[in-house]
Design a protein around this ligand. Structure first.
Ligand code: ADP
Ligand code: MG
Length: 257
């Protein structure tokens, strides 16, 4: 495994402990033919730089919707979402695209790799969008290929890889731009326990090196890799607990009752 050097242009160096995300009384509903589903119901949450926040909760409680809102892939209907001092609700689509590009890396349960591109090409893709020069692209891709231990499969297509290997490629793609925030929606959902542990250790290492991580998980034991856990119920936070004293947090225990 190779350590990371900050080098992607435009990347910011946000000090640990400062507030990265503030959600003030946000709501998000989906209106179907006959029923309205409230996916997020008047939720407030603050996330600081350096946290590794796990999100637990039963199916349908709003975990993915929350992650999509944080990643600006979905909008809110009410409340205020502030990302690094930008009021996201009042930003333009191009400002949001810029924030996403500059600060956020996504990891999905289903990997979402491009089938026709090799491992190396999949990982290199975000660097094109960042307009990183060819030699630097090669250096960064090499670095993450080794980091996630998949360099020996660099010329393979995703279909030729195991699930654990595909998820490592997806993580490499998410971190190659050295994002400040990694959003992961059930990143071990399709993996066996051995591969899950490898992925969790990798995420923990990235967090210890400074990446802020927000991860939805089905596995309560995985919260121990993080610094804080929230539990959702019916679109709101019913528990908020710190896992360790790695960083100073002012989290409150709240109750659903
Ligand atoms: P979780 O990830 O916790 O399983 P989701 O955030 O995916 O939950 O969904 C929360 C609720 O919102 C569920 O009732 C779900 O059916 C509904 N929902 C999510 N996305 C949509 C959508 N695009 N259209 C309609 N309903 C949706
Ligand atoms: Mg989900």
């Amino acid at each position: 495994m190779v350590g990371r050097q900050k080098s992607v242009e435009n990347n910011t160096h946000i000090p640990k402990g400062i507030i990265m995300i503030t959600l003030n009384n946000i709501s998000r509903s989906f209106i179907g033919d006959e029923v309205e589903t409230v996916a997020i119901d008047d939720m407030s949450l603050t996330i600081k730089k350096g946290e590794f926040l796990s999100i637990l909760g039963p199916s349908g409680c709003g975990k993915s919707t929350l992650l999509n809102v944080l990643g600006m892939l979905d909008h809110i209907d009410q409340g205020q979402f502030t990302f690094l001092k930008t009021n996201v609700g009042q930003s333009t689509e191009s400002q949001r695209a810029q924030l996403r590009k500059q600060h956020i890396g996504f990891i999905f349960q289903s990997f979402n790799l491009i089938d026709e591109l090799t491992v190396e090409q999949n990982i290199e893709l975000p660097l094109y969008y960042h307009k990183v020069a060819k030699a630097e692209r090669k250096r960064l891709v090499d670095e993450v290929l080794h980091r996630v231990d998949i360099a020996h499969r660099r010329n393979h297509l995703p279909a030729k890889l195991s699930g654990g290997q595909q998820q490592r490629v997806a993580i490499a793609r998410a971190i190659v731009t050295q994002p400040d925030l990694i959003l992961a929606d059930e990143p071990t959902g399709n993996l066996d326990s051995k591969n899950s542990i490898q992925i969790m250790e990798l995420l923990q290492q990235l967090n210890q090196e400074g990446s802020t991580i927000v991860m939805v998980t089905h596995a309560p034991e995985h919260v121990n890799y993080g610094t804080r856990v929230i539990e959702l119920l019916d679109g709101n936070i019913c528990k908020d607990n710190q896992i360790s004293s790695q960083i100073e947090l002012t989290t409150a225990e709240v109750s659903c009752a």
